[in-house]
Design a protein. Structure first.
Length: 537
């Protein structure tokens, strides 16, 4: 947030107190301008001892506390000043700034709105609105507010830069680039614009141009940690893992508290096969801006492998997606061997499947409230707790089981629609559809149009859909109703109510061909061959 300059405030001062007091406040303000803040503060406070309703002393003392980061006291004095002069926009704006710094965005919004209504030419008020909406994740509203600020001040590079970042959030890459280009035209030394432009170019597949722009950003500002991290993400997407790790290390050396860079480094380490260090650094996921799965807090301590669990109860809770739960639940077997009791919270769709784990654990449904445990651990922290490496991976085959009665049900059902003994092959071409920009971008990289499976009609096999999700299921129905000349794909997915049903259905297949989604993990967990259609990055 850019605070309003002192001289702007001074222009707005209307001196209504006694002549002697006016001189004192002015003297304080001159000291304030000279950087002698503590001396100025004493003068403002003395002025308020004489006249507690002195508007100028109140707002200037509030400004001092705002600049010093004492936000609670800043709000205290600025609110008093606003009560005296509710239409004084400079005071309103500084109070809004204080609430913004306190992350009280709703209160800040109200004050920025009020300021913009009093003075519609106040570009800084619209910029403040944009910042609030930005932090609230209301990208469209932020874009509109930044646009209003830019109309009032066409060379407002910070508003242009932030509007570009909002366009990135809604995956409007070219519009983002247009904004960054305008920033660079107005200020060719604005390093952040080059870095962000590089991010947008990467998303459009212009990797060399992206590298050039982020490198330019670093040339302009060699201590720009975010640019190094962005370059690391780019190199990771290009599978140049050593370069990626080098960039993350540089970002972290500049800013040791740059948690997103640490999280990104963990992913690169895991890809490289350095599982011990990768899973250790993966603990930074909770502090990373881009991580969506919420951290949970308990009064009991977090267990990461150090304390003995003998005679102890540990609570494990799933995080992230269904596939992650299926993939990492095998660590519960190891855990049950060293803990007195293991309690595992799991989604209802996985509940019956998790009962087949070959260990003594207590399953509870998601959302169950209880507090009788000694330690807690999120599921994906268990590889770190067990110091997992390539050499000690838990690689038991068939660690989850299918329900024999359900397997027989599907066997009979399949045999009624297939006459020959051809191989049975399951197909999954799409991940779960979640209506947010991050997932849409992710799915664009992993999903495959069903149309691409057309040539499977050359294979002498029976094909079965394992594709759940309204949009992907509609894709199959639409192709069947058109001039689809691909293989016949049997579709019983409407009868799959949970993962136990899917496991039994899968057990009747000879092979699953799947993109990277939960069904692939399930097939592997029950010992079924999988051909994984994996993306390059």
């Amino acid at each position: 947030m850019v605070y309003l300059e002192h001289n702007n405030i001074m222009k707005k001062l209307t001196l209504e107190q006694s002549k002697l007091l006016d001189v004192d406040v002015k003297n304080g303000f001159l000291l304030h301008q000279q950087g002698k803040v503590e001396q100025a503060k004493i003068i403002y406070q003395k002025a308020l001892e004489i006249d507690p309703q002195n508007f100028n002393a109140l707002q200037l003392l509030g400004l001092v506390f705002l600049e010093q980061g004492d936000l609670e006291r800043s709000v205290e004095f600025l609110q008093q000043a606003v009560q005296i002069k509710p239409s004084e926009t400079i005071c309103l704006m500084n109070l809004a700034n204080a609430f913004f710094k306190l992350s009280q965005y709703s209160k800040a919004l109200e004050l920025y709105f009020k300021s913009s209504n009093i003075d519609p030419s106040l570009s800084q008020a619209f910029y403040g609105l944009g910042l609030c909406y930005d932090h609230l994740g209301q990208w469209e509203e932020a874009i509109l507010s930044y646009s209003n600020a830019i109309v009032l001040r066409p060379n407002f590079v910070d508003a242009l830069q932030n509007r570009g970042a909002c366009y990135e959030e809604i995956k409007e890459w070219q519009l983002a680039i247009d904004n960054y280009d305008e920033v660079i035209r107005l200020d060719s030394t604005y390093s952040k614009a080059y870095s962000n432009k590089g991010n947008a170019l990467k998303e459009l597949g212009f990797f060399e141009d992206a590298i050039q722009n982020i490198t330019k950003s670093i040339e302009l500002n060699p201590f720009f940690a975010e640019a190094y991290s962005n370059l690391g993400v780019l190199y990771r997407d290009l599978n140049q893992i050593d370069k990626a790790i080098e960039c993350y290390d540089k970002a972290i050396s500049i800013d040791p508290n740059y948690h997103s860079a640490k999280f990104n480094k963990s992913m690169a380490l895991l890809v490289s096969g350095d599982l011990v260090n990768g899973f250790r650094e993966y603990e930074w996921r909770w502090e990373s801006k881009g991580f969506k799965s919420g951290k949970r807090n308990f009064k009991q301590p977090l267990w990461l492998g150090d304390e003995s669990l003998s005679n102890k109860t540990i609570f494990i809770y799933y995080e992230q997606g269904f596939g992650d739960t299926i993939q990492f639940c095998r660590y519960l077997v190891k855990l049950s061997n060293i803990a007195k009791k293991v309690i595992f919270e799991v989604d209802s769709l996985l509940f019956d499947l998790m009962k087949t784990l070959d260990c003594e654990i207590t399953l509870i449904p998601k959302g169950t409230e209880f507090s009788e445990f000694d330690f807690h651990t999120p599921l994906l922290s268990l590889p770190h707790a067990f110091k997992t490496s390539i050499d000690n991976l838990p690689i038991e085959i068939n660690y989850l089981k299918s329900d024999p009665k359900k397997v027989l049900f599907w066997k009979e059902k399949i045999e009624r629609v297939t006459i020959s003994k051809k191989p049975r092959i399951g197909l999954v071409w799409s991940g779960a559809y979640i209506n947010n920009a991050d997932y849409r971008s992710f799915n664009e990289r992993r999903n495959i149009p069903l149309e691409k499976f057309k040539r499977l009609n050359e294979i002498d096999a029976h094909f079965f859909s394992f594709q759940k999700g309204e949009i992907a299921e509609l894709e199959l129905r639409s192709l069947k109703q058109s001039d689809w000349n691909g293989p016949e794909i049997f579709d019983f997915t409407s009868e799959l109510k949970n993962f136990s049903d899917t496991a039994a259905f899968l057990d009747n297949m000879d092979l699953l061909i799947s993109v990277d989604t939960s069904c692939a993990h399930l097939a592997g967990a029950i010992g079924k061959p999988v051909w994984l259609l994996n993306r390059f990055d």
